[in-house]
Ligand binder design. Structure first.
Ligand SMILES: NC(=O)c1ccc[n+]([C@@H]2O[C@H](COP(=O)([O-])OP(=O)(O)OC[C@H]3O[C@@H](n4cnc5c(N)ncnc54)[C@H](OP(=O)(O)O)[C@@H]3O)[C@@H](O)[C@H]2O)c1
Length: 297
């Protein structure tokens, strides 16, 4: 499966196509992300992932403008924050204003939790993510949002969303944590059956990744003559998921995009599929409700 990954896109159920490789921006420190976005776009990235909750949309917008790459060539994803579920219209307007753009390509519900803005330990008593989705469904008609999707939805919450009569639009994307220590094969299969594309977040295992110590990964990267990050990104891409590695280090931003013509054999994919360790970077303990019910659920 040797491909020109930097030009590869994955089709969505809306007819749009999402670039396979994007730049993540969570935890990028102030004054770092503007430069990271510029470097990435000038290197050839055409997909940037941000969120209202990251507090960096304005800087991401500046980086986009610094790059000189025309807006229409770039895929921008941003996300509705948990405490904004009752304020979808305000949420998208805030993101567009911060980013300095007229539209985003993808607007995601960041988490299936309608958190009380006045008390983060509480879920709103009179609202849930189905009601949020009903509001989000109205957005594409205005042209300010090209595609809508969800994030951090396991099978249980997707079932709930898709079976509700208020749901008229199947999410185009489910952005979820995916790496060899959190592979969620059943969730991927479920999304495939429903026509929902999956984007892999924390695809390198995130900050101080435990995967850096994995001996199977290390040996495989050495054998191929590639970095461990490149191996992890290929594993994600070959599973049909888009990947959004975050880096603020120019050399890493560049190396993470040097994947063209590289591929893992079926045997090598299987080796990574069968790593025994399991961890999740983003659990649900900090939310007022439980949203994960096991690896895929
Ligand atoms: N929807 C959600 O709830 C959600 C949750 C988490 C993440 N996300 C999105 O997914 C993106 C990616 O996830 P993530 O930020 O958790 O983690 P990640 O992309 O898996 O890993 C980022 C970490 O890896 C380092 N790194 C990057 N390239 C490297 C390389 N070639 N070699 C060695 N280290 C490398 C980065 O360091 P430096 O930056 O210092 O180079 C950073 O510490 C986020 O930024 C965000 O956009 C979404």
């Amino acid at each position: 499966m040797s491909r020109i990954w930097t030009k590869t896109t994955f089709p969505l159920n809306t007819g749009a196509t999402i670039p396979a490789i994007g730049l993540g921006t969570w935890q990028s420190k102030p004054n770092q992300v503007r430069e990271a976005v510029r470097v990435a776009l000038q290197k050839g990235y055409r997909h940037i992932d941000t969120a209202l909750a990251y507090g960096n949309e304005a800087e991401v917008g500046q980086g986009i403008r610094d790059s000189g790459v025309p807006r229409e060539e770039i895929w921008i994803t941003t996300k509705l924050d948990n405490t904004w579920h009752k304020r979808v219209e305000e949420g998208i307007e805030s993101s567009l204003k911060s980013l300095g753009v007229d539209y985003v390509d993808l607007y995601l519900m960041h988490w299936p939790s309608s958190t009380d803005p006045d008390d983060l330990s509480k879920h709103l008593p009179d609202w849930d993510f189905i009601a949020t989705w009903a509001e989000m469904q109205k957005l594409p008609a205005s042209g300010r949002v090209k595609n809508i999707g969800v994030s951090n939805f396991g099978i249980r919450n997707l079932e709930k969303l898709l079976s509700d009569p208020r749901t008229k639009t199947v999410p185009a994307v489910n952005q979820i944590e995916l790496h060899p220590n959190c592979p969620s094969p059943k969730l991927l299969q479920y999304c495939k059956e429903k026509g929902i594309h999956c984007t892999a977040y924390s695809c390198l295992g995130s900050t101080d990744s435990p995967l850096a110590k994995d001996q199977t990964l290390k040996a495989l990267a050495e054998k191929k003559g590639w970095s461990a990050a490149q191996v992890l990104l290929l594993w994600g891409l070959q599973r049909g998921t888009s990947v959004i590695p975050k880096s603020v280090t120019p050399e890493r931003i560049e190396a993470n995009f040097e994947l063209d013509g590289k591929s893992l054999s079926e045997e090598e994919m299987k080796q990574l599929d069968s790593l025994p360790d399991r961890f999740k970077v983003c659990g649900d303990a900090w939310l007022p409700i439980k949203v994960f019910f096991g690896d895929d659920e």
